[in-house]
Design a protein around this ligand. Sequence first.
Ligand code: SAM
Ligand code: SF4
Length: 325
Amino acid sequence: MDSFGRHINYMRISVTDRCNLRCRYCMPEDGVQDLGHGKILSLEDIARLTRIGAQIGIRKVRLTGGEPLVRKNITGLIQCIADIPEIDDIALTTNGILFPAMAEDLKAAGLKRVNISMDTLQEERFLYITRRGGLNLVWEAVFKALELDMHPVKINVVVIRGFNDDEIGDFVRLAYIYPLHIRFIEYMPVGDLQFWDPDRMVSSAEILNKLQADYELTPEKIVAGNGPARYYHIAGGAGSIGFISPMSHQFCSECNRIRLTADGKLRGCLYAKQEVDLKAALEQGASDEELQELFFAAIKAKPAHHDMGSGWGEQNFRKMYQIGG
Ligand code: SAM
Ligand code: SF4
């Protein structure tokens, strides 16, 4: 339990700050200085910290980044986490590019579920937003995940006015035809702020109002996982649509997560500055008990809520790919 009675049982682990794409809302094109070998946690350290987390109540783990699949031997890490008896769910958030080639191995290692980011269904737009391209591989990733029964397969769509807000209907049709859970995410000022403009943010309420004119949507409490998304069933459809609304709504009172950054800092909140330095402690030879105390300190420092919708944090914010999105 944290100081506000929330039961912390979910840890998001950023395994790298590196990425094979350069999404405009997340990373700058140039000058991305990755942390380098010595500064990031080894896979052994991540596995040890996950074991310690499991001892104090962590039951679910999500690997993210940066792009988690660019981390060497990520499959080995998944295997180690799957061997921790208390952990009952291992999921991954990926841009999908490397997933088709790795999917079988990831599943065999113990990966249960996958969230795939796909902001547009149009090749040219995909190339524009990611600055790298590869939409065909992302499609392949989506169908591979379905083929391997990694349900629920969730698709993350950051909605950006003037870029992809005219594709919302296409995404809804995708969730109608396939058992996919499409999550519309409000654009946040947490990435490369060169691209940020408050007018580009489309609120979940705006999307929902428009969709309700065309579709019969019923609130649904399905979809395994621990996210803050609100889901809706589309009458007659195979999948669902969901909304992640960090800008317009706070879901902090239900937040059950802590985050481990690639450089070994434990954070209670994506949007707050408090961090506990586990890497430094590991380097000083901390025992499991001492590390456990640091987990408790991070959980205790978890704020009651973030204040991002009011514009807080637009400056001096560690980027999402650095913390782990
Ligand atoms: N590379 C992986 C991927 O893209 O799925 C995992 C890391 S990425 C930081 C995790 C999620 O954060 C992605 O769905 C991405 O679209 C989302 N994201 C990144 N920057 C964002 C922003 N400024 N606003 C909203 N969502 C953002
Ligand atoms: Fe990479 Fe994911 Fe950020 Fe895109 S959103 S640049 S894929 S970390």
